[in-house]
Design a protein around this ligand. Structure first.
Ligand SMILES: C[S@@+](CC[C@H](N)C(=O)[O-])C[C@H]1O[C@@H](n2cnc3c(N)ncnc32)[C@H](O)[C@@H]1O
Length: 564
């Protein structure tokens, strides 16, 4: 790899990792930069000073000493143990201080290059536009110090990428993820395995959904809670007048949680930043008329054209922003921070985007119209947030929802849905052994997304009655290390079909819905007379799912928001 392409990989990878959790902070920072002239002046002064001092140091820099990989790792471990200042104001002060310290150390000669690079790395950790900061120090720091700085960034990114599956899923869930090596152009395959022995009928884990959506015909109908899917008795519902989608909740608790997660951002009028933050930021953006107009237009589109993955995708972005925003206020009873801590052991290292970017997907169905309407909703809630979505990112996100969402069927699900006469490949589907027809809605379960399909599955998902919490049951005794599978489709042989017809039905459904040819043991064991004919019927010859490169190249929100 050439050094310039390596640098750009590093730049974007750093951006992914660092920025993953910083959209909200970036927006806040940008606000400050635009509205506070003192702050702008301070940043400009710092930039000039760094330029001048580092030019002087340039000559001495050429004789820099090499820093070993072990020293870089050591320094990184120490920095990681340091707490990141929680509030935006404290972050800003910390950033200024680290840049100043770095400046001074640069002057002291080669033996201070590592500490100088560390100071700039500390500054990067709290800067909302990492790409921009890296470019700024690239043009101002002497080359040897920039090299050490980039080694810190690189080592940080690599260890986060490699260490992810040591922390996720959390140990309490009794499962772990095994990633095979990539083969040729095939990405690494990841499977979920048992972390201990189980008896048939044991509950392996329970998992709450990250986002959910009721089926379109139930949303706003008043029969089920839009958040937990519980059946609502007449007269027991809670609704918000402002909400154009008309979500109905079974309790104020569910309403509060939904508002916190996504509902206020997408369909409400309350400020989206916590009141503890700068009051001018909190007060300003709640442009009620602007929000109402943007939400009305978006809801009109949702009702006419949206499919469930689009709804899940929008809710996901809103919740991701809520997660990031919640990090800005520490030390209070914070449900989103608690959820982040539950998602991965040592959770503070990883953000919602870390969990998301490793999931498989097929391209989502997204139009320019949808992107613009959604951008308007986010932008009206807080100017700057419109950058949270663009067509490419939304298409991947919606594709991930379509590919990974699990059909939610509390109590066996519903039986009142009209039968779709669309072609199998055009029908909306989620992964559920009961059949999409029976689901009340669907949800994204971050751990269960890793469950592969088998026509003779080792586990089965079930839902606590009156809730969308997923319980994964062992269907047979399982040994530690054994793969956990579920049935994505109805794998039973119906009374009116032959074994061969049942095999064809489920394999066609998998091929058309999930773009892969099933390689489970039952399929391999069942002899087929004419393999070529079956292949032609399936219409896929290789797995059509994609996985993002975790170190990927892309322009991220916040990249244009730094120092003037
Ligand atoms: C939702 S993902 C499950 C996690 C996935 N194994 C991974 O590597 O990220 C579904 C994908 O897993 C693979 N898969 C799952 N079950 C399979 C099966 N029975 N036969 C072949 N591939 C399967 C296919 O690549 C499919 O696109």
């Amino acid at each position: 790899m050439s050094s310039s392409s390596r640098t750009s990989t590093v730049l974007t990878a750093a951006a992914v990792t660092v920025l993953g959790g910083l959209v909200a902070y970036a927006v806040y920072f940008d606000y400050k930069r635009r509205n506070d002239s003192d702050f702008r002046k301070k940043l400009r002064k710092e930039k000039k000073k760094v330029t001048k001092q580092t030019q002087q140091a340039q000559a001495a820099a050429d004789a820099a000493s090499e820093v070993s990989a072990a020293a870089i790792k050591d320094a990184l471990l120490k920095i990681r143990e340091e707490e990141i200042p929680p509030t935006p104001d404290e972050k800003e002060g910390y950033f200024m201080m680290q840049v100043q310290i770095g400046d001074q150390l640069v002057q002291k000669g080669p033996s201070f290059y590592l500490p100088a690079a560390c100071a700039f790395f500390r500054a990067l950790r709290v800067y909302p536009s990492p790409v921009e900061f890296i470019m700024m120090v690239q043009s101002t720091l002497p080359a040897p110090i920039f090299k050490i700085f980039m080694e810190l960034v690189n080592t940080d990114v690599a260890s986060r990428v490699e260490g992810y599956y040591d922390h996720f899923p959390p140990k309490r869930m009794n499962v772990s993820i095994h990633a095979s090596e990539p083969e040729g152009d095939k990405p690494a395959k990841k499977i979920l395995i048992a972390a201990k022995d189980f008896e048939a009928g044991d509950i392996i884990y329970t998992e709450s959904p990250f986002v959910v959506a009721l089926d379109a015909d139930l949303e706003g109908k008043g029969t089920h809670c839009s958040y937990c899917f519980r059946r609502i008795e007449e007269g027991q519902s809670f609704v918000a007048e402002a909400d154009k989608l008309g979500a109905v909740f079974c309790s104020t608790d569910c309403q509060t949680k939904a508002n916190l997660d996504w509902n206020n951002m997408l369909f409400g009028r309350e400020p989206v930043l916590p009141p503890e933050l700068d009051p001018s930021v909190v007060g300003n953006p709640t442009d009620s008329d602007g929000r109402e107009a943007a939400q009305t237009a978006y809801v009109k589109w949702l009702k006419a054209k949206a499919r469930q993955p689009n709804v899940l995708g929008a809710r996901f972005v809103a919740k991701q922003i809520a997660h990031e925003t919640s990090k800005l206020v520490k030390g209070k009873d914070n449900a989103l921070q608690a959820e982040a801590a539950l998602l991965a052991d040592g959770g503070e290292l990883y953000s919602v985007s870390d969990h998301m970017e490793r999931l498989r997907f097929v391209e989502g169905n997204v139009t320019d119209e949808e992107v613009k309407l959604l951008q308007a909703v986010f932008g009206a809630a807080l100017p700057g947030l419109e950058q949270s979505v663009n067509e490419e990112r939304l298409a991947v996100l919606v594709g991930k929802m379509a590919y990974n969402a699990i059909g939610i069927t509390p109590d066996g699900g519903r039986d009142d849905k009209s039968v779709s006469d669309a072609r199998p490949e055009d029908q909306e589907r989620t992964r559920t052994p009961q059949g999409t027809q029976r689901q009340l809605g669907s949800g994204l379960y971050l751990v269960s997304s890793y469950l592969a399909h088998s026509c003779d599955p080792s586990t089965r998902p079930s839902f606590v009655v009156g809730s969308n919490e997923l319980q994964l049951f062992a269907t047979r005794p399982l040994k530690k290390g054994e793969e956990l599978t579920i049935a994505y489709v109805d794998v039973a042989q119906h009374a009116d079909e032959s074994a061969e017809a049942a095999r064809r039905r489920r394999r066609v459904e998998l091929a058309r819905g999930w773009k892969f040819k099933c390689e489970c043991e039952r399929c391999l064991a069942e002899a087929v007379q004419d393999v070529e004919k079956e292949d032609a019927e399936l219409g896929v010859d290789k797995d059509g799912a994609k996985v993002e490169q975790v170190m990927r190249h892309e322009k991220l929100p916040g990249a244009g928001m730094g120092v003037d």
